[in-house]
Ligand binder design. Structure first.
Ligand SMILES: N[C@@H](CCC(=O)N[C@@H](CS)C(=O)NCC(=O)O)C(=O)O
Length: 247
């Protein structure tokens, strides 16, 4: 059966979901959002899309696409203006490589850091639900379920302490790399954001919700890009959640 409108399947405050929402908005493609309660997306997406992650897009034709990068490629086919990739072959290759790195390296690292911080401050979970379309659960219920949700997400994302310490050690070099791309015009260069801008900026914006990571971002061009593209991103884990010697 055909659905009448494109449907984007998300969890609230997910960085790759924000990437796709921004791309849809830039192209003025109308869509509806279907929001899963975290961590039920792993089951619901598997049933609907055959893969366990969000974002997933179901087009009005019934076609299904999973993953922020495949979705952005398909959106460029559906609506070319503004394009998410440069026309010039060399520039395009650089943007595609930055986008791949943003998806495969930065995105999961930021996710692990955020879950590690939330493990230590589960009371910050409701801040990530701000403006969620789902029924807002009463705080005592959230408090009760938060440790279980966090434990499941940490396990699904292999966000153990050792991995997160490695992520934090790698972060300054990764932020330098991003600022280098901005300097070279691979990121933040054009009038309209490209696919790599959207992929990387949403991760940096989620990272900026972790108070302990904010000093690492302060004053960086990457942080300015993230804030410009994603001004309203929910969530805040106050500084002091992660052990000081991890930063
Ligand atoms: N890198 C992929 C995967 C995105 C991803 O891992 N999404 C998370 C939410 S931010 C998720 O659905 N995780 C559920 C799981 O790992 O089962 C993309 O950009 O689409």
């Amino acid at each position: 059966m055909l659905c009448r409108v494109h449907k984007l399947y998300v969890v609230h405050s997910s960085h790759p979901c924000e990437t796709v929402k921004k791309a849809l908005d830039l192209k003025a493609i109308p869509y509806e959002t279907v929001e899963w309660l975290i961590p039920t997306q792993a089951v619901m997406q598997r049933v609907l899309f055959g893969k366990r992650t969000v974002p997933g897009l179901k087009l009005d034709s019934g076609e299904k696409i999973v993953g922020s990068r495949p979705i952005l490629r398909r959106l460029d086919e559906l609506a070319g203006d503004p394009p998410l990739l440069p026309a010039d072959a060399d520039a395009r290759a650089k943007v595609l490589e930055a986008e791949r790195w943003g998806d495969e390296v930065l995105q999961p690292a930021v996710r692990r850091i955020a879950w590690a911080a939330l493990k230590r401050r589960p009371d910050a979970i409701p801040s990530y639900q701000q403006a969620s379309k789902l029924l807002q659960l009463p705080r005592p219920v959230v408090r009760l379920v938060a440790p279980g949700v966090i434990a499941i997400e940490r396990a699904m994302n292999r966000a153990d302490d050792e991995a997160v310490q490695g992520d934090l050690r790698a972060l300054p070099d990764q932020l330098d790399r991003i600022d280098g791309w901005i300097l070279d015009g691979v990121l933040g260069g054009a009038k309209d954001p490209n696919a790599a801008d959207l992929q990387i900026a949403s991760s940096l914006r989620l990272l900026a919700t972790v108070g302990d990571a904010r000093p690492l971002l302060a004053g960086r061009p990457g942080h300015a890009l993230a804030t410009a593209l994603f001004p309203d991103f929910p969530g805040d884990v106050p500084a002091g959640a992660l052990p000081a010697d991890w930063i």
